[in-house]
Design a protein around this ligand. Structure first.
Ligand code: SF4
Length: 429
């Protein structure tokens, strides 16, 4: 992991909804954790459903939520929406600068402008003045699809064309940097630096190239995203590959994953990406599980899904391992706070290396949940520490513990796991 790139810092929100800081490190600011954003999928002017969607996203862990304001009825609705939510709201403005002014007037916490469709200098200056007056930041979002080549910037474009001549995305990068420089000049001329920048595209390699170039040239915080990533099934890879690459390279201060699905998935996957990269402190259980194979002797897929659903109530980042057999079970269990590895229709449960139960398959879920809840309470009372390894786990005697006959296989006595008749000790505790 490359250390995070220092940027200016912007603050989104107020005392009522909370303040989310984005970026940092320049001017004595402390870099803020990378934040997760999402956007409502419904109509903003349908106040009740919009409020419900915003609150659902906030409950899922969104730090900031964006809403589209294409019409006057949408900006009017903001006045009713804002008092009912507890998360900073960004107004997404395209084509009509008046929607930005109305959103600022309504009390929104940030504006997103698209240089591709709001580029009249006077109009941009009006928005800047309104935001400056209310201390509201602006995101400049130069999406690939909305960039328009400007005739009056041909010279700079030509220069940058030379800079990027070896890059397969060179033409786009040259236009994008030209466009950004031109747009930012308006902001700087008006002494406005409360800016974040995004440079999204559906092409992951272009996303990496664009943000890398922007990060070299501007010290504003970057809002990462892959636009139009498609359904979650394919959009996950399309999104997390470039975002993960950039974040691991120290680039990126706030992220939005966009799916053609319920936006709650965007928040869940965005948070998970930050957790696995160590860029955010995990809230809730860190669940690992084996993919199963021809050695499996319990219904592990169902077990893992049930464990995931039931453990969403826990808040501490307890590491839980759900493993199919003794091949990798003991190793994973050793690194986990609570673990189960299964055998012949049974499961052995460990808490920080201590064996606490050997139960039949139908009791595994409840016993595992019970142990996880108890462990969380112990940590909260200060009687246990997360991640502490108490003892080394030796693989159990398969005949005695799990009845799956692995020791007989090792001894060459049988060539596959055998049934419960092998069970000599494995009684339910
Ligand atoms: S832990 Fe066992 S069941 Fe799971 S994938 Fe590994 S070998 Fe297969």
């Amino acid at each position: 992991m490359t250390p995070r790139r220092p940027t200016r810092q912007v603050t989104v929100g107020d005392d009522r909804v909370g303040k989310v800081r984005i970026g940092g490190g320049v001017g004595g600011t402390t870099p803020a954790p990378v934040s997760v954003q999402s956007m409502t999928a419904g109509y903003t002017h349908e106040v009740d459903t919009c409020v419900a969607e915003i609150n659902k996203l906030a409950a899922a862990g969104a730090d900031i939520v964006r809403v589209a304001v294409p019409g006057k009825n949408d900006t009017q609705a903001l006045k009713d929406i804002l008092p009912q939510v507890r998360v900073p709201i960004v107004a997404d403005v395209h084509f009509h600068f008046g929607r930005a002014l109305e959103s600022v007037e309504a009390g929104v916490h940030k504006i997103r402008l698209n240089p591709g469709n709001i580029n009249d200098r006077k109009q941009v200056e009006d928005v800047i003045a309104a935001c400056k007056d209310k201390n509201i930041p602006i995101r400049i979002g130069v999406n690939e699809g909305s960039i328009v080549e400007r005739r009056d910037k041909q010279k700079r474009l030509k220069e940058l064309g030379g800079v990027f001549s070896d890059n397969k995305h060179g033409h786009f990068l040259a236009i994008m940097i030209t466009k950004l420089e031109e747009y930012l000049d308006i902001f700087y001329d008006n002494d406005f630096y409360d800016i974040t920048i995004s440079a999204k595209s559906p092409d992951p390699s272009l996303v990496i190239a664009a943000y890398t170039e922007v990060s070299k040239r501007f010290d504003h915080p970057l809002h990462l995203g892959v636009t139009h990533a498609g359904p979650k099934e394919t959009g996950t890879i399309r999104s997390v590959v470039p975002l993960g690459h950039l974040l691991a390279s120290g680039i990126g201060d706030t992220i939005r994953i966009s799916y053609a699905n319920d936006p709650v998935y965007e928040v869940e996957d965005g948070l998970e990406l930050l957790y696995v990269l160590g860029l955010r402190e995990r809230v809730g259980v860190d669940l690992i599980g084996c993919p199963t194979c021809g050695r499996i002797q319990v219904d592990l897929f169902t077990l893992i899904q049930d464990v995931r659903a039931k453990l969403s109530e826990l808040v501490l980042p307890i590491k839980v391992a759900v493993m199919g057999c003794i091949v990798n079970g003991p190793g994973e269990a050793e690194g986990a706070d609570v673990a189960i590895f299964a055998g012949n229709k049974r499961g052995i449960i460990y808490v920080q290396g201590q064996k606490v139960a050997n139960v039949p398959e139908e009791e595994i879920l409840e016993r595992l949940l019970h142990e996880c809840r108890q462990f969380e309470e112990k940590v909260q009372r200060g009687e246990a520490k997360l991640g502490e390894k108490v003892v080394e786990i030796a693989p159990p005697d398969p005949i005695g513990e799990l009845g799956s006959g692995f020791s007989k296989i090792a001894a060459g006595e049988v060539d596959q796991p055998t049934g419960p008749t092998q069970l000599t000790v494995g009684k339910s505790e």
